[in-house]
Design a binder for this molecule. Structure first.
Ligand code: ARG
Length: 565
């Protein structure tokens, strides 16, 4: 159970005993060590409600508070704050229970819900570029986190596989008449070549236009070529997912084309409800207060990005039965999602009780604060960036004499990919951020390497010790007390991060945890001679729980740990 809830329960019991018939507000973490571990600040708010002096109320709570279980000390401070100290015996026992549990004592939600997480969503006409990195890893983290907490997560990869450009691409594929695998090795180049042909050759351009109509009307030959093209493009994406250690498979793909048959129905339903208005030949929904309408059908009959998203919203809510639908998409699409969410709810595509959210994120910038580009101004292919990360990681770890070349390669992958992911997941997702190799590959600061190093350091303690561990966790001093409390906070942090879809709450926590552990380890040696056996056992177990917590935290972020670094 969440640490905060357990403390809240103690306060609740005190309220009952004191005869206060109100729900207590939640405790918060103390801002300074001298204020204890947690603080209850609810007496002031209550004083307005029941017309008593806050200190008097606080005293009443204090007189009825149980200090023999979760808490061991409580004190009134200032105008009526109550400072609370956790009971060292209790936190020791809680840590022990956590250590023996493979979920580290973290409960599975009592009321799990079905959640759709829409993420990655690359466009098949082009190679994945750095812009798709953020959606892919922020979305994957959210999906991992909710799964860990017990929700039923449905990952959805809304890939862009439909649109007029595919006419050009498949016409070119046919013209080259290759089996596709050669010319499509580099999608970016293929697109450029096809576009070059389109601009220079009128016959080809006509053919491409013809093909657009043909694919849309279900011509078998064209659809075949199109399918081949999509398969190969998707294969490129899967290579990236594999490198990134991201849990997306073909089964998670519900491409734009998946909704084709539903698009006329979307328009029909809107028309029946009387929400459609014609504007310049197009069918539009005008939302109150919005200047720009949502266009659902063009004058030529074609459908749009918004139409597909409305169909997808209906599918996710009604067919899949999701109660929370989270779209992990660039902040620049905020307007689009705001509008389609509104239309979907107003038209009844999505029931009222379904939570729709746009998990927006900012842009990745280069050192000069400009959107990330290659030296010649092109878009950076994601796969190139990831390969570079591995090369750079190898440079950082090049003097590992006791490793085979294969081990070095494996280590470089774990470190390099972890660094790129962590640097991204560690910032407030809505901000733009500056991509910086040196910073992300540093052993110091809030980086994946620092966490991986912390983990490996604990493993090395166990390699040295290499004997059975018995006995209890006994909280001996203030640092042990803080470390144990920090470990017990993990569930609170994960739950909050799940609500806010904020991976940086997890990274901030891990950073505080590892920093605290390093201090603890410096001041409280574990294997040095002359240390009492009981103390040694207790510290070893705290170290073990720290390592497991780091591993679990990084696992949710999709980052691996290593035993030796
Ligand atoms: N393909 C889109 C893009 O690259 C992202 C898709 C996001 N998901 C959605 N349901 N609209 O911008």
């Amino acid at each position: 159970m969440k640490l905060k809830s357990q403390i809240n329960n103690v306060i609740k019991d005190a309220f009952t005993k004191a005869g206060i018939e109100h729900e207590p507000m939640s405790v918060s973490e103390a801002t300074k060590p001298e204020f204890g571990d947690y603080q209850f600040n609810g007496a002031m708010a209550l004083s307005k409600k029941i017309g008593k002096n806050p200190r008097e109320i606080a005293q009443n709570i204090l007189d009825n508070i149980d200090l023999t279980g979760v808490l061991s000390k409580a004190e009134i401070a200032g105008p009526g704050f109550i400072n609370l100290w956790l009971n060292p015996l209790w936190i020791g026992a809680q840590c022990q229970t956590a250590l023996e549990d493979e979920r580290l004592g973290i409960s599975i939600r009592e009321n799990p819900i079905k959640v759709v997480v829409d993420y990655s969503g690359p466009n098949m006409a082009k190679q994945m570029h750095v812009g798709h990195l953020r959606s892919t890893i922020i979305g994957d983290t959210l999906a991992n986190l909710l799964t860990f907490l017990g929700d039923e997560v449905i990952r959805q990869n809304h890939i862009g596989d439909w649109g007029t450009q595919f006419g050009m691409l498949i016409a070119y594929l046919e013209m080259k008449d290759e089996d596709g695998s050669v010319s499509l090795k580099d999608l970016e180049q293929f697109y450029k070549d096809a576009k070059g042909e389109f601009d220079a050759n009128a016959d080809f351009a006509n053919k491409a236009r013809e093909y657009v109509v043909k694919i849309q009307s279900g011509d078998a030959h064209c659809l075949n070529l199109w399918q081949k093209f999509i398969d190969i493009s998707l294969g490129h994406c899967e290579e990236v997912y594999e490198k990134l250690n991201v849990n997306l498979t073909r089964d998670d793909v519900r491409a734009e084309s998946f909704y084709n048959d539903e698009l006329p129905k979307v328009v029909e339903v809107l028309a029946d409800k009387g929400t459609l208005q014609e504007s310049d030949g197009a069918q539009c929904v005008f939302l109150e207060g919005d200047e720009i309408p949502v266009i659902v059908q063009k004058g030529d009959g074609g459908y749009l990005y918004a139409t597909t998203d409305l169909a997808a919203l209906w599918y996710r809510a009604e067919v899949l039965g999701a109660k929370r639908i989270s779209y992990v998409v660039d902040a620049r699409q905020a307007g689009h999602f705001k509008q389609v969410f509104r239309v979907a709810k107003e038209a009844g595509f999505v029931p009222e009780d379904v939570k729709l959210e746009h998990i927006a994120f900012g842009t990745m910038m280069d050192k000069g604060g400009k959107p990330f580009k290659t030296r010649d101004g092109g878009t950076v292919k994601l796969i190139d960036l990831l390969d570079e990360a591995v090369v750079k990681a190898k440079e950082t770890i090049n003097n590992k004499e006791d490793y085979t070349p294969e081990q070095v390669d494996e280590l470089a992958k774990i470190i390099g990919i972890g660094a790129v992911k962590y640097a991204d997941l560690a910032i407030n997702r809505e901000s733009n951020y500056i991509f910086n190799w040196d910073k992300m590959l540093s052993f110091e600061g809030n980086t994946s390497l620092y966490m991986q190093y912390g983990y490996a350091r604990i493993q090395s303690i166990f390699r040295k010790y290499n004997a059975p561990i018995e006995g209890e966790i006994i909280i001996g001093d203030a640092l042990e007390h803080r470390l144990a409390t920090m470990l017990l906070r993990f569930e609170d942090v994960l739950s909050r991060a799940a609500v806010d879809a904020s991976s940086n709450q997890i990274t901030t926590y891990l950073y505080e945890l590892v920093t605290l552990f390093m201090r603890f380890y410096e001041q409280n040696p574990i294997l040095k001679g002359g240390i009492d056996e009981e103390v040694k056992m207790s510290r070893l177990q705290l170290a073990n729980l720290t390592a497991k917590t780091i591993k679990q935290g990084l696992d949710i972020l999709g980052i691996k740990v290593v035993d030796k670094l």
